[in-house]
Ligand binder design. Structure first.
Ligand code: SF4
Length: 211
């Protein structure tokens, strides 16, 4: 089985369990997804969703984030961790979006990654979910599963993204990424993956090596 065939098989099998995999961060406006994704770095979507409902109520516009009192913003986002850096990034990014982009989001990865606190993962989340462009989103789950399955052999997120782009059907990039998140959370956990109940174990290198 080639890597391309394996990726197709994995997508087909996982769609049977997770028929509609989607972004698990809550948001109503495009910039809210950007802020939620900045907050999600080194944290979990669950933890982020717990604070964003209140956060987006308290700061209802990009301008209000741009003008936020930094200590107060730090305090508001404390539960997600790395709050000092994240508060700085959010305030600065909001200011640039207001001043340079008239309150909208940039439309290319190249421009998105120039924003503070925005790496390729966040940029791809925006491309996929706001602009509907199929994108490979390499988060911790995608990184772990792609390696365990033997689709890639790298710890470097950018390398993984470009490797996966050669293997996964382009129109399925976002679906594949979201499936990695769903399966990573439910079955292929970082510690103690539930291989015995995993429906893709027959094509998994990690499972084969364990036997
Ligand atoms: S067999 Fe185990 S390691 Fe492989 S994908 Fe399934 S849960 Fe993860």
């Amino acid at each position: 089985m080639t890597k391309k065939e394996k990726a197709s098989y994995v997508i087909k099998e996982l769609l049977k369990i997770y028929p509609q995999p989607s972004c698990t961060l809550n948001y109503n406006k495009p910039y809210e997804l950007l802020i939620a994704t900045i907050l999600a770095a080194q944290s979990t979507d669950e933890r982020v969703n717990k604070i964003t409902a209140e956060l987006f109520k308290k700061y209802p516009t990009l301008e209000s984030f741009a003008e936020a009192n930094i200590s107060e913003l730090e305090n508001d986002i404390k539960p997600v961790g790395f709050y000092k850096n994240k508060a700085k990034s959010i305030k600065e990014t909001a200011r640039i979006l207001v001043e340079k982009y008239n309150g909208t989001l940039p439309t290319t990865i190249e421009e998105l990654v120039k924003l503070k606190g925005v790496g390729r993962k966040t940029a791809n989340v925006i491309m996929a979910n706001i602009y509907g462009i199929p994108s490979i989103i390499v988060d911790t789950h995608c990184k772990r599963l792609s390696n365990r399955l033997g689709l890639v052999n790298s710890k470097d997120a950018t390398k993984i993204e470009f490797e996966l782009k050669k293997i996964v059907e382009p129109q399925l990039y976002t679906i594949f990424s979201n499936l990695m998140v769903y399966h990573g959370r439910a079955v292929c956990k970082a510690i103690k993956p539930k291989c015995e109940v995993c429906t893709i174990k027959d094509v998994c290198e990690y499972f084969k090596a364990r036997k």
